[in-house]
Design a protein around this ligand. Structure first.
Ligand SMILES: [Zn+2]
Length: 160
């Protein structure tokens, strides 16, 4: 699995994310996403988040809870209501607030996975995006897929 270390000088996450090296993943490398200690509900939300990315045309990240070294690990934690989720770019860990309702949860996971794929926030005034700050309703869309393609290049067609 190829990892790209980039020095990012701007804020990348949903919280106070110190400038520094950020671990982000090329979706074309099919990064694995593990939720080792999730409830059935939480697993379903992760699957929905991945399905929403696929719906937008990004068939990259795949869930593999048994991966010995997953690219991204998802961890659910209790948190203040204002903290929906966070991508810790130093450890490639997505933290999700257990208090979110299931519908919000899938969107927040999709948003944090967007950070793991190297996307930054997009202001809602610029365009609707899964990467809108504080987003709990807008799924990944074609513009988000285009942003990934602009960042990483279009994925090669799979072998026949
Ligand atoms: Zn964010």
């Amino acid at each position: 699995m190829r990892e790209l270390l980039v020095v990012v000088l701007a804020l990348t996450g949903c919280a106070a994310d110190p400038p520094g090296e950020s671990i982000v993943f090329d979706p074309c490398d099919r990064p694995t996403v593990a939720l080792p200690e999730g409830t059935a509900d939480q697993v379903a939300s992760l699957d929905e988040a991945l399905a929403r990315w696929r719906d937008a045309g990004v068939d990259g990240p795949a869930r593999d809870d048994a991966a010995p070294a997953p690219s991204v690990t998802v961890v659910f934690r209790d948190g203040a209501a204002a903290n929906f989720g966070f991508y810790d770019a130093a450890t490639a860990t997505v933290y999700i607030n257990t208090r979110l309702d299931p519908q919000q949860r899938a969107i927040v996971i999709a948003h944090e996975l967007g950070h793991a794929l190297g996307l930054f926030h997009v202001e809602a005034a610029t365009r609707a995006s899964v990467m809108n700050p504080g987003n709990t309703a807008t799924p990944p869309n074609a513009s988000d897929a285009a942003a990934l393609a602009a960042l990483w290049g279009a994925c090669p067609a799979p072998d026949p």
